[in-house]
Design a protein around this ligand. Structure first.
Ligand SMILES: Cc1cc2nc3c(=O)[nH]c(=O)nc-3n(C[C@H](O)[C@H](O)[C@H](O)COP(=O)(O)OP(=O)(O)OC[C@H]3O[C@@H](n4cnc5c(N)ncnc54)[C@H](O)[C@@H]3O)c2cc1C
Length: 315
């Protein structure tokens, strides 16, 4: 799946002001480079024009002619079929049961946890929840003098050496999500540290219970938010931000990055095979051993491609 950086034309006024402000104070990654730096990093997107390219478009479409592949859309898997609390023999869906020598779960950290918690697997020891990591973030909100030009929601970010990702969102999220009340434009100060969340078994869906971020993450977020407030009061943002409209959230939100319920090296092997079971593999965010210093999506895709290649003997 190829990626490309947001172009200069797509930054919007807030993105341009953000990059002008920080480029006078820290390093800036060249648009030709892919590896993030401590400093300003233009966001890389897996998109064609303004549309995200999905994993299905990148990988599934080209495999649809395979005679041994059957894709069943709009069909929820309800539970694993398990023999003797150890051997996974298939899946039970809302419409039918599939028998298989091996099941590869790719339901995402939440979807896979739901299926694992609903299945009577000895290796999970009757657990009522699975622990995961999240990236918590403090929102620094402000009102704009003029509406933002339309464009990509997150064009540019700053990485700090104490593990923050400071995200310059272009506009109020309500501009992008129908039905969301307006809450102002936002710069989010996210601690790319492990913050705890529990995925608790529910009747139909797992429930998320958030723990407290560590003292280190909280201190880093608070210090980062102070710097962002200073930035929003700087001359670079004078034409954008309504005076006295800047406020810092009282409680950190979360990034929808939950990962690591079944970490590779602890609960699975290097190819996602689940320890203590037979015929069960997981290939999604559940197996990430760490959350990394950026969003997990690219890493999940990379690990999935690697495992796929190894299993098909290409890697
Ligand atoms: C609003 C939002 C913004 C995000 N922004 C970023 C970002 O900017 N950068 C970044 O790196 N990450 C971002 N993330 C996180 C990123 O999207 C996820 O980490 C990544 O998609 C996880 O990949 P996955 O393959 O593990 O699971 P998913 O992409 O969630 O795929 C799992 C699939 O399995 C399906 N499924 C689940 N359970 C079942 C079932 N029982 N039966 C049938 N199908 C099932 C789901 O419908 C889904 O299609 C964002 C997430 C959200 C929600």
């Amino acid at each position: 799946m190829s990626v490309s950086p947001v172009s200069d034309d797509e930054l919007g006024d807030a993105g341009r002001a953000f990059e002008r402000y920080w480029s006078a104070r820290t390093a800036v990654r060249s648009l030709r480079d892919r590896w993030p730096v401590v400093g300003v990093n233009r966001v890389l997107g897996n998109r064609s024009g303004m549309l995200r390219r999905t994993a299905a478009e990148a990988y599934l479409d080209q495999a649809l002619d395979r005679p041994n592949l059957r894709v069943v859309p709009d069909c929820e898997v309800r539970r694993l079929e398990v023999a003797g609390r150890r051997r996974v023999t298939g899946v039970h869906t809302e419409r039918f049961t599939v028998r298989a020598g091996e099941v590869v779960l790719a339901g995402g950290t939440l979807g896979t946890a739901q299926l694992l918690l609903a299945s009577d697997l000895e290796s999970l020891g009757g657990a009522a929840f699975l622990a995961a990591g999240e990236h918590r973030g403090l929102a620094v909100s402000y009102r704009r003098k003029e509406p933002a030009e339309p464009g990509m929601v997150l064009p540019t970010v700053l990485h700090t050496d104490d593990g923050l990702e400071i995200r310059c969102y272009r506009d109020d999220f309500a501009t992008y999500i129908d039905g969301l009340p307006r809450s102002g434009s936002m710069v989010e100060v996210t601690a790319m540290h492990w913050s705890p969340v529990r995925l608790v078994a529910g009747d139909e869906r797992v429930r998320l219970e958030f723990g407290e971020p560590s003292a280190e993450a909280t201190a880093a977020m608070r210090a980062g938010a102070d710097e962002v407030v200073e930035m929003l009061h700087s001359s670079e943002f004078a034409g954008i931000v309504v005076q006295d409209s800047v406020s810092v959230a009282a409680v950190p939100g979360f990034s929808q990055h939950a990962w690591g319920t079944m970490p590779m090296g602890v609960r699975t092997d290097a190819l996602g095979a689940v320890h203590g079971t037979e015929g069960l593999r997981i290939v999604d965010g559940s197996i990430l051993p760490t959350g990394g210093r950026s969003g997990p999506h690219a890493t999940i895709m990379m690990v999935a491609v690697h495992i796929g290649n190894r299993l098909s003997d290409k890697g």
